[in-house]
Design a protein around this ligand. Structure first.
Ligand SMILES: N[C@@H](CCC(=O)N[C@@H](CS)C(=O)NCC(=O)O)C(=O)O
Length: 207
């Protein structure tokens, strides 16, 4: 398998899950501005939507969209219990979380990367994100992980997008349970390995 990724982006979440599962995979660095891969290919030919994450299976099949990739990976090793099995009631709870993270947190934070965003619009996005974090704070005051007592794919996703807060001067200290959660997930060996690997490879820069 190959994971096409760009450092500090949402592709960190499937990267974490690949390592949590101990799967063998290659990382392919994408230059998101030039839309090229580190081995000189046209990234638009790999994902015409032009964004990471992309998972390429050994038979060449391309899978895009973070939530789909996360579920695909978790289902390769159901015994690791990073996602409830298909058909179970809990599976729908996980889908509920992935939809919330994708549409409310990921898509809620992403516009703040746009340097040309008018200040007033930025404030509206921030206010909405604050409300979503208030909600998450309430959940994480009662439980350690989004799905309850076990780490799972939704946690890899929330951890990844929450890390963007430092780029936008959103001080997580305002949400103590969320801050502790971020530290808890960040201390996992697979998470540290994924971050270190992206750091070291990106320092080399795209070829
Ligand atoms: N709907 C996609 C969005 C993926 C996405 O937003 N990728 C960003 C990085 S976090 C990206 O590569 N953006 C580059 C671009 O859109 O040009 C998903 O949920 O996976």
């Amino acid at each position: 398998m190959k994971l096409y990724y760009a450092p500090e982006t949402c592709s960190l979440s499937p990267h974490i899950v690949l390592r949590e599962l101990g799967l063998s995979f290659d990382l392919v660095l994408v230059d998101n501005r030039k839309k090229t891969t580190e081995d000189g290919r046209d990234f638009m030919a790999i994902n015409p939507k032009g964004y990471v994450a992309v998972l390429e299976l050994d038979d060449g099949t391309i899978l895009t969209e973070g939530p789909a990739i996360l579920l695909y990976l978790a289902d390769l090793h159901p015994r690791a219990e990073l996602a409830p099995i298909m058909g179970s009631g809990e599976r729908y709870r996980l889908l509920e979380w992935l939809a919330f993270l994708n549409s409310e947190i990921h898509a809620g934070l992403a516009p703040l990367f746009d340097a040309s965003l008018p200040a007033a619009a930025g404030e509206r996005f921030r206010a909405k994100i604050h409300k979503r974090f208030d909600y998450l704070e309430g959940v994480l005051e009662r439980q350690d992980y989004l799905m309850g007592e076990r780490f799972g794919v939704a946690d890899a996703y929330l951890y990844t997008v929450m890390n963007w807060c430092r780029f936008f001067a959103i001080d997580l200290a305002r949400w103590p349970a969320l801050s502790r959660y971020r530290e808890r997930i960040g201390a996992r060996p697979a998470v540290r390995e994924a971050r270190d690997a992206e750091d070291n490879r990106s320092k080399r820069g795209p070829a």
